[in-house]
Design a protein around this ligand. Structure first.
Ligand code: PEP
Length: 289
């Protein structure tokens, strides 16, 4: 559990806001916990529904009362229903990898928020780098998706992060700042209770290159200060910021020991039940922050 200073504003905000995964119960009015949150992004995997069900069941079996974080699986649309059934009452959440901005109508191949909610999903990703780079989603498109999810009481993991070229030009801070400001435009402080940020350096996604934990911590701290400028320190202190980019059982403990790293968004390793099970059951505070 990561404890942060807590103020009257944050209390008012959190009490009034709907939260699909409420923060852990507070032990006092002077402290608020950011409960770690680790999510698997299955992307366009696995190949069949049976494989998805088997994977969901194995991961759910590894989630227990001693697991130190919330866990969610982001699955392809055709497997959402079956994955919800597979994880059953384990406490593992299932979300969609995206949701289109319109409610219904002539939008061939798109999937709406009401569709994903109707199969038991209260979370979705927005702004994954593959959507930005391969499918041309703009900051404005992503902002519409974020607002649509939040306005329909669905939690949102907003993915941000710089490309390799931007990293090499020293633009990590400005890129993350711009994406946060553009992608969260119009999101209210109350709605931030349903937003998780995933900082994912694009050069680390699926490459085996992990951003060093200390560098990731610096970027997370920068993101938190941008959120403080946008929403005030109290709200910023409650927003969970995940790291994403080639997270493995070998790297998770050091990442999770950092004060502003509140979880992980995991691609490749979330497809291997044994690896993802170790990641969600990371060893708390075994590595000095
Ligand atoms: C991702 O797709 O968000 C991701 C972080 O993938 P990987 O863990 O494979 O780098």
């Amino acid at each position: 559990m990561k404890f942060v200073a807590f103020s009257a504003l944050a209390l008012a905000t959190s009490v009034s806001a709907f939260s699909p995964t409420a923060f852990a119960p507070r032990t006092s009015t002077s402290l608020s916990a950011r409960k770690p949150f680790i999510a698997g992004n299955w992307k366009m995997n696995p190949g069949t529904k049976d494989e998805a069900v088997a994977l969901g069941k194995e991961i759910a079996g590894a989630f227990s009362s001693s697991t130190p974080c919330e866990v969610a699986l982001f699955a392809p649309y055709p497997f959402l229903d079956a994955t919800v059934d597979a994880v059953g009452s384990s406490g593992v959440k299932v979300g969609a990898e995206m949701a289109f901005t319109e409610g219904k109508g002539a939008y061939t191949a798109e999937v709406s928020v009401s569709m994903i909610k109707s199969v038991g999903c209260n979370w979705a990703l927005a702004g994954h780098s593959e959507r930005r780079t391969l499918f041309g989603e703009s900051d404005e498109d992503i902002n519409k998706q974020v607002l649509n999810l939040l306005n329909n009481d669905v939690g949102c993991i907003l993915c941000i992060g710089e490309t390799q070229a931007e990293y090499e030009q020293g633009l990590v801070g400005p890129i993350c700042t711009t994406q946060l400001k553009k992608n969260l435009l119009g999101v209210t402080p109350e709605q931030m209770a349903n937003v998780v940020i995933a900082y994912e350096p694009v050069w680390a996604i699926g490459t085996g290159l992990t951003c060093p934990a200390s560098e990731a911590q610096d970027v997370h701290a920068t993101c938190r200060s941008v959120l403080a400028d946008m929403y005030g320190q109290a709200v910023s202190d409650t927003v969970r910021i995940q790291y994403g980019g080639s997270v493995t059982p070998e790297t998770v403990d050091e990442l999770m020991a950092k004060p502003d790293i509140d979880g992980a968004l995991v691609g490749g390793a979330s497809l291997v039940a044994e690896k993802f099970s170790r990641i969600i059951n990371f060893e708390e505070a075994k590595v000095s922050a």
